[in-house]
Design a protein. Sequence first.
Length: 116
Amino acid sequence: QVQLVESGGGLVQPGGSLRLSCAASGFTFSKYVMSWYRQAPGKERELVAAITGSGDIRNGEESVKGRFTISRDNAKNTVYLQMNSLKPEDTAVYYCNVQVWRTNYWGQGTQVTVSS
């Protein structure tokens, strides 16, 4: 079965950095687009960025451009989200996502809190 396990979240000061990881299993990782979404309290879940199996990047949320970078390691079945210059408004639960055979799969989420 498809499993996605996120890690790397935490509390960071404004201007700091974090790298999120999502370990995937249960499907042929290299063939699928992997995405990062986030959901802040009281807001809808929004796409942060996505990456194809071959490494082409599809940007999502405008506010993270130039600060967040998505990448993947197909040998490790892992997708990453490098987050730099973090702002308080980046505070959210970050989720890894894949759509396999028209079914959306989500990880459990990892909390990112940006605060001084």
